[in-house]
Design a protein around this ligand. Structure first.
Ligand SMILES: [Cu+2]
Length: 151
């Protein structure tokens, strides 16, 4: 398997793909309350593989993790699942409240602020190879940055 994990600390993960490198930083998850089944995960991703795409996410804390986009239709913000997000070389893909995000559903437990969540990101690179990058996300308080959804 073509994966080399170089660093994993403070929410930063760097991994090599066949044609370059991918870096994930500032990974965080919005806290959830007891009985709450859904929350969001956010981060910044850069890479220099010209074919790089984020294609999947898994985590032990949720039964389902999906990549979602937000879009405006008839003045109403809607979100929906996407198969993947392309990341152009040198571009910063920011997953954020109100934009692309990772939806964590079927949470197995409440996620209190200050705790940590491990996410494993799947990237497709040149030649279609899949590279899995584990990243540790910090759980931030529920009211972090307005403008999101599921609050
Ligand atoms: Cu969503």
């Amino acid at each position: 398997m073509n994966r080399h994990l170089i660093a994993l600390a403070w929410g930063i993960a760097v991994a090599c793909t066949a044609r370059g490198e991918v870096t994930v930083s500032e990974a965080w998850v919005r806290a959830s309350l007891p009985q709450q089944a859904v929350t969001g995960a956010y981060m910044k991703i850069t890479g220099d593989d010209e074919r790089l795409r984020l294609v999947g996410v898994t985590t032990p804390v949720a039964g389902v993790a999906e990549i979602h986009e937000m879009r405006i239709e008839n003045d109403i913000a809607r979100m929906g699942r996407v198969d993947g997000i392309a990341i152009a070389p040198g571009e910063v893909l920011e997953l954020r409240p109100g934009g692309y995000h990772v939806m964590l559903m079927d949470l197995h437990q409440p996620l209190p602020a200050g705790s940590e969540v491990v996410l494993e990101l799947a990237f497709e690179g040149a030649g279609g190879a899949i590279h899995r990058v584990p990243v540790t996300a910090t759980v931030r308080p529920l009211n972090t940055r307005a403008g999101g959804h599921h609050q």
